[in-house]
Design a protein around this ligand. Structure first.
Ligand code: NAP
Length: 282
């Protein structure tokens, strides 16, 4: 009898996103895949693939995490992929909404790890936890500070956990992903410049910069997933994987002196225009 397949559970596998493509890439690599989403009806693409098991998992609900863990007999790899964005200037952001974003991007992955740790501790097949952070955990992209900082916090949790779980033989990897074409933009709240905002005089410039800021940067999710699955299936994966459009730029920027990429980021997001208007340079 052959040894049982290595198994992986992924959160946030709705059609069109990176979780769904990662599920397919792991499936093609021969793993037993548990693909999860808070709304299983959104996993139509995966349901049609024999061998992928789709399960309901709302990462914001401890009851849902516990119920899902009960349905999984054994687990070798856990991928915390579910996440959201909510763009807003720091001076305009709703603190309540920013806290809700942290619930999804920071506290939920921790709760999911706690829920599945008992299964991972029993794994004898190179147990691995993967957290989806972002290149924005090191790149201060303007008008998405809540998102950037939630990912930076998750990045530090991930690095800390890497040491805390070493005695137990569980490896930890974070995905410092750059731009990838998914539904994240449509799923996010629309970026607005509210009346009374300090940015109001440059509203049009900011909104139009936002429209084009990331255009053309994103790589297909399928390509990203193929590369990341191959990276993760190495015996000892790198603790941080930089894949996706402009991920390498972000990685280099993190090593360079502070502010080297400020002008690029300001131009990309329309802040150069704000400066011209506010300082009456026109
Ligand atoms: N796309 C990029 O350029 C990029 C770059 C760096 C990092 N990332 C990260 O990559 C991960 C995947 O994002 P994506 O780009 O593939 O976006 P996406 O297409 O919007 O997928 C996000 C997934 O997270 C799920 N989700 C949100 N809240 C959830 C909850 N409470 N419980 C369970 N699932 C929940 C969504 O479910 P619903 O469909 O039900 O909303 C969806 O399945 C995220 O962590 C994101 O921050 C993305």
């Amino acid at each position: 009898m052959g040894s049982p397949k290595r198994s992986v559970l992924i959160t946030g596998c709705s059609d069109g996103g990176m979780g769904s493509e990662l599920a397919i890439a792991f499936h093609k690599a021969g793993l037993k895949v548990y693909a999860t989403a808070r709304n299983p009806a959104k996993m139509a693409k995966l349901v049609s693939l024999e061998g992928i098991e789709t399960l309901e998992l709302d990462v914001l609900s401890e009851a849902s995490i516990a119920a899902c863990a009960k349905k999984v007999p054994s687990l070798d790899i856990l991928v915390n992929n579910a996440g959201q964005a909510n763009p807003a200037a720091v001076s305009d952001m709703s603190i309540a909404e920013a806290k809700a974003l942290y619930d999804i991007n920071l506290w939920a992955p921790i709760a999911v790890i706690q829920g599945f740790l008992p299964l991972l501790l029993k794994s004898t097949s190179n147990p691995l936890i993967v957290n989806h952070t972002s290149v924005t955990s090191v790149a201060p992209i303007p008008f998405q500070a809540a998102y950037n900082s939630s990912k930076a916090a998750l990045s530090m949790v991930t690095d800390t956990l890497r040491l805390e779980l070493q005695p137990f033989g569980i490896q930890i990897v974070q995905l410092k992903t750059g731009a990838v074409k998914t539904n994240i933009g449509e799923n996010a709240k629309k970026f607005v410049v509210p009346d009374g905002s300090i940015y109001e005089p440059a509203r049009e410039a900011l909104l139009s910069a936002r429209e084009t800021a990331f255009t053309g940067m994103g790589i297909p999710a399928e390509q990203w997933a193929r590369e990341v699955a191959a990276d993760l299936l190495r015996k000892t994966p790198a603790p941080a994987l930089w894949r996706g459009g402009s991920a390498t730029t972000g990685r280099v920027a993190a090593l360079l002196p502070y502010g080297m990429f400020d002008n690029m980021l300001k131009k990309m997001t329309g802040l150069d225009r704000v400066e011209q208007i506010v300082r009456k340079l026109d």
